[in-house]
Design a protein around this ligand. Structure first.
Ligand SMILES: Nc1nc2c(ncn2[C@@H]2O[C@H](COP(=O)(O)OP(=O)(O)OP(=O)(O)O)[C@@H](O)[C@H]2O)c(=O)[nH]1
Ligand SMILES: [Mg+2]
Length: 251
């Protein structure tokens, strides 16, 4: 099975993109399942084939342990770790070729506690690709782009899988803004220049240093603009994913 793990800051469009990508693959006759790993999801824009809420219920945890919403969320994400074997079994029992995995809104709970890396490695799979979604409202400014690039690096550090960076909800930005963001992802000198001219104070100074670090680490690939709402960019994303799957079959 090939796994596609969808990650990003709260509200950046993970669930909607998971749904749109699944429909895109479905329409191309691919056997794909949708896995929801967000125990706190209220309403999902898709019908999950495997759902963490069948194993861990935030409301029950709140009541049983007398916790507030944040404490219950932390406890519930941690409890997911105890259900990994069952989830893996359920995922594998579908015998699908592809699985799209939607992750909790609070990325710090998933990525920076043990659950996220544990579950991703336990699922195993032939290939695993992480999709890091960038929130358009933050990433439209050069210093915002730098802060999310830093988060992307940190995710890469926590999960040693292949990682693609997507500009989510690209329909909310002008073509000019989208092009600028794509340019920043491949042209660090341009990013540095825009940080220098548009940033302010300590944020600008720190961003310039981070730009240098990003430059030293090297390219993390061009940002792929996508709009789940308009079904745009999914073909480009799919072509990139396909390259990973094809390489996996190349001796
Ligand atoms: N304009 C536009 N809005 C979008 C798009 N994708 C998602 N949204 C909206 O963004 C909001 C958040 O989308 P979700 O898919 O729930 O985001 P999420 O990252 O799963 O959110 P959490 O799981 O709560 O962190 C919703 O109001 C969506 O309708 C898009 O491509 N374009
Ligand atoms: Mg979601």
């Amino acid at each position: 099975m090939h796994f596609i793990i969808v990650m990003g800051t709260a509200g950046c469009g993970k669930s909607t993109l998971s749904s749109a990508l699944a429909s895109f693959m479905d329409n191309n006759d691919l056997d794909v399942i949708k896995v929801n790993l967000d125990p706190a999801a209220r309403r999902l824009p898709y019908d999950p084939d495997v759902d963490i809420r069948d194993y861990v219920n935030v409301d029950d945890i709140m009541n049983q342990l007398g916790l507030g919403p944040n404490g219950a969320l932390i406890a519930s994400v941690d409890m997911v770790a105890g259900q990994i074997d069952k989830i893996k079994e359920e995922v594998e029992s579908t015998k699908s070729e592809f699985a799209i995995v939607d992750t909790p809104g609070q990325i710090e709970l998933f990525a920076y506690r043990s659950t996220g890396p544990l579950i991703v490695s336990a699922l195993g799979g032939q290939t695993t690709v992480n999709l890091h979604l960038l929130d358009p409202n933050l990433v439209r400014y050069p210093t915002g782009f730098v802060s999310l690039a830093l988060l992307g690096l940190s995710l890469q550090f926590r999960f040693t899988a292949a990682q693609f960076t997507l500009l989510a909800k690209s329909d909310l930005l002008s073509d000019e803004e989208v092009n600028r963001i794509v340019e920043w992802s491949t042209n660090s000198a341009q990013l540095y220049e825009n940080v220098d001219t548009e940033g302010k104070g300590v944020t600008r100074d720190m961003s310039k240093i981070i730009c240098e670090v990003l430059d030293r680490i090297g390219s993390r690939g061009e940002v792929i603009p996508v709009s789940a709402q308009r079904q745009e960019g999914l073909d480009v994303l799919y072509a990139e994913l396909e390259r990973v799957w094809v390489e996996d079959h190349t001796p």
